[in-house]
Write a new protein. Sequence first.
Length: 79
Amino acid sequence: MDSSGQPPEPERRRFKLPGVGWKRSLLSVLLGNVIYYAIIDDLPRAIKHRPFEYDPGLAVDFWICVMVYGAIRFLFPRL
């Protein structure tokens, strides 16, 4: 209770709209693809991505983007 005899007002939780993390997602995809295409020449032929195909290279590219997303989320939690 405060000095006026009223119970304290409960803290309001900040509502986060869906899609607010689009900057983090965009940055992770862009940086992940830059990293993937920078190392693509050093990758074995089996995991190089070929355009317009679902292949292991696409999975490697996705994995790199997920790792970059996790690093961004850890290093810059407010972004």
